[in-house]
Design a protein around this ligand. Structure first.
Ligand code: SAM
Ligand code: SF4
Length: 421
């Protein structure tokens, strides 16, 4: 059962084209034909009602439409989904309601309508200001379109506008990346997310790289681009609060902060993941299966897992080390703190009050730092175990054991009356 306010993520799995680098759960869909979209929207509304019945309502503090391309949905449909949320949960005017948006799907009128149904935060997929970089990413918008969209969003009275950028695209020079940052800052966003390009297995981009048609990203150049982003964004009045995220004061994304602080959220939609008090579950990925489960009156969940105390501890450290607010020393065992001291000495971490915070050099290797700090936990030791060592003996009585997880396991939340899957 959710103990605090809840976040709702709502997945909209439609795109007009498939970008070559993307492996999100999304499908090229003709959204101009409502026959292709209405059954999914109805299923989403059913799952919101199911979440409310399961949790007996409660306070929702953030809603996030993600995708795919949520802005391929009409403002009327977005409003119908939000009406269902309002009928099912307490959603007051202070709630942060975000939609991701592809610039080419926006117009001033559409943004007015979306704002009119209650969406107050826009996260725009700008990616780059450089035409050849956008072309390599298969993005169909022109560089100016994202910036024009920021102006329209301001006019429509959105409280917050965020820009998503990607660096490390093959062929992107340092000057290209600088031009993108300068251009993004000129639009005066409240928030910027800058992601290093991830080459996802199985994508057209990965195949082009494997065939030698495009070069793989170079680690040194990615690090230089990160350092440039930190310099220009902070100079432009945006402060980092998570490794890949910068914002004006008090303009951090509350929805994502809830993920990173290990809060509770319910992921609505095909393939969406949820987390309540240490139990996670995930929905069927295929929209047709997701819709049919809900139409049959069943849960759309395909599987679940309940984290052990060790796993919760590891996850907490992994998420918090990436935050500007850092990791509380009180969250570490003595042995873990002793290992963290190496990174204090090397200048990758600093102690701010009683919290360990990454320096810029530390942010470049945040995941390695936390792996090293956790090295001796039973689970990490097992992960790192070379193949020729004898098996690790069972832990002594009383020590937490890593659970055997099966995708079919039933989630253990006393209030949940129905089995997932
Ligand atoms: C879930 S996507 C969807 C948003 C929207 N459809 C778009 O592309 O603008 C959200 C963001 O994830 C980032 N992203 C997606 N795939 C990525 C990849 N392979 N590497 C780095 N960033 C990626 C992009 O910056 C994108 O704006
Ligand atoms: S990056 Fe965005 S627009 Fe491109 S395929 Fe992925 S979700 Fe769709």
């Amino acid at each position: 059962m959710s103990s605090g306010p809840l976040s709702l993520y709502i997945h909209i799995p439609w795109c007009s084209v498939r970008c070559g680098y993307c492996d999100f759960n999304t499908y090229v869909t003709d959204t101009s034909n409502s026959a292709n979209t209405a059954p999914y929207i109805e299923a989403v509304r059913k799952e919101i009602a199911l979440a409310s019945a399961t949790l007996k309502g409660g306070w929702v503090k953030t809603v996030y439409f993600g995708g795919g391309t949520p802005t391929l949905m009409s403002a009327v449909d977005m409003g119908r989904i939000l009406s269902t949320v309002r009928r099912s949960f307490d959603l007051d005017d202070s709630a942060e309601i975000t939609t991701e948006a592809n610039p080419e799907t926006l117009s001033p009128e559409y943004l007015e309508d979306v704002r009119g149904v209650g969406v107050n935060r826009l996260s725009l997929g700008m990616q780059s200001a450089v035409p050849h970089v956008l072309a390599t990413l298969d993005r169909v918008h022109t560089p100016g379109r994202a910036l024009e969209s920021v102006a329209w969003a301001r006019k429509a009275d959105f409280d917050q506008v965020s820009l998503d950028l990607i660096y490390g695209t093959p062929g992107e020079s340092m000057e290209d990346w600088e031009a993108t940052l300068v251009s993004a800052l000129a639009a005066k966003p409240d928030h910027v997310s800058a992601y290093s390009l991830i080459v996802e297995d199985g994508t057209p981009l990965a195949r082009r790289m494997a065939a030698g048609l495009l070069p793989y990203p170079d680690d040194d150049s990615l690090a230089d681009k990160y350092v440039l982003a930190e310099a220009l964004l902070s100079n432009g009045g945006l402060t980092w609060y998570e490794v890949s995220n910068w914002s004006k004061p008090n303009r951090e994304c509350k929805h994502n902060m809830n993920y990173w602080r290990s809060g509770d959220w319910w992921g609505i939609g095909a393939g969406a993941h949820s987390h309540l008090d240490g139990t996670r579950w995930w929905n069927y990925r295929r929209p047709a299966t997701y819709i049919s489960k809900l139409n049959e009156g069943k849960s759309p969940s395909q599987g679940s897992e309940t984290l052990t105390a060790d796993e919760r501890h590891e996850e907490k450290l992994m998420l918090k080390i990436r935050l500007g607010e850092g990791l509380s020393v009180a969250d570490l065992t003595d042995a873990e703190y002793a290992r963290a001291e190496d990174y204090l000495g090397s200048g990758h971490l600093v102690l701010t009050g009683s919290r360990l915070v990454c320096t810029v050099a530390g942010r470049l290797i945040a995941d390695k730092i936390v792996r090293d700090i956790l090295m001796a936990s039973p689970r990490m030791a097992r992960r790192e175990k070379p193949k020729d060592l004898p098996p690790i003996p069972p832990p002594p009585p009383g020590e937490p054991v890593v659970a055997e997880l099966t995708p079919e396991s039933t989630i253990r939340i006393s209030e949940v009356q129905w089995a997932h899957g």
